[in-house]
Design a protein around this ligand. Sequence first.
Ligand code: NDP
Length: 256
Amino acid sequence: MAQRLKGKTIVITGASSGIGKSCALEFARTSPEDLKIVLTARRIDTLKEVAKEIEGFAKGVKVLPVKLDVSRPEEVSGFVEGLPEEFRGVDVLVNNAGLVKGMAQAPDILPADIDTMFSTNVTGLINMTQAILPIYKSRPDGGSGDIINIGSIAGREPYQGGSIYCATKAAVRSFTDALRRELISTRIRVMEIDPGQVETEFSVVRFYGDKEKARKVYEGVQPLTPEDIAEVVVFAAGRRENVVLADTLVFPNHQA
Ligand code: NDP
């Protein structure tokens, strides 16, 4: 696998914590030779710490932290142009940035939270995809590169109190599937990995920073770790070019 990823450039959204950060570490661990990783998120100081961690153990990897809010189209549209030349030949995009805000019945969900979830989880992911696709399509082989979208079990099995988040992840699922079909005549691979319950900052964000409430979500259960998902993402990117993990659900064993 390391051989297939040799010299590749990886862009990860939401790389400042949880699954995105673990993906960055896992790519660096698995395929350190000549790899280039662009870490993006809103918290630039945290991204710089992740970059430092990677540089500490993976000497052959070049890491670039970039402040990027995927929910702001003006930031996404200038993203590729703003990259230094050596990072512009993107080979793998991991569309991971995403969040849930609040836990409420549909009539009570705050308009601002609806907007944040859709503009990040759906429009942000689509905008990033549109920003990267021209690079893939311009390749002399007729088009190649990977798009790996992080969906959720919530996009398949909606739950009470999470209607908007579930709707965003269902939208990601439809978009991913349609895009994969649109690009079927190229060597561009479009994949989706849907985690079940993973312990990250996700629930802290869901409860507006209330760590105690977030901790209770994982009481008595054994969630996945972000590394569990990162291993699948790196596995997907390292497959032979004719192999697509189009639709992969990853659960902790206890989850129904
Ligand atoms: P975390 O909260 O730990 O990570 C979310 C990441 O997204 C952070 O790095 C955050 O960085 C980034 N982010 C949020 N909003 C934006 C934005 N507007 N622009 C750029 N980056 C943004 O949660 P997870 O690692 O768990 O979540 C990662 C993905 O996994 C999400 O898409 C989530 O929906 C999905 N998922 C998570 C599950 C779970 O149980 N944890 C289950 C199923 C799916 P920053 O704040 O610095 O911008």
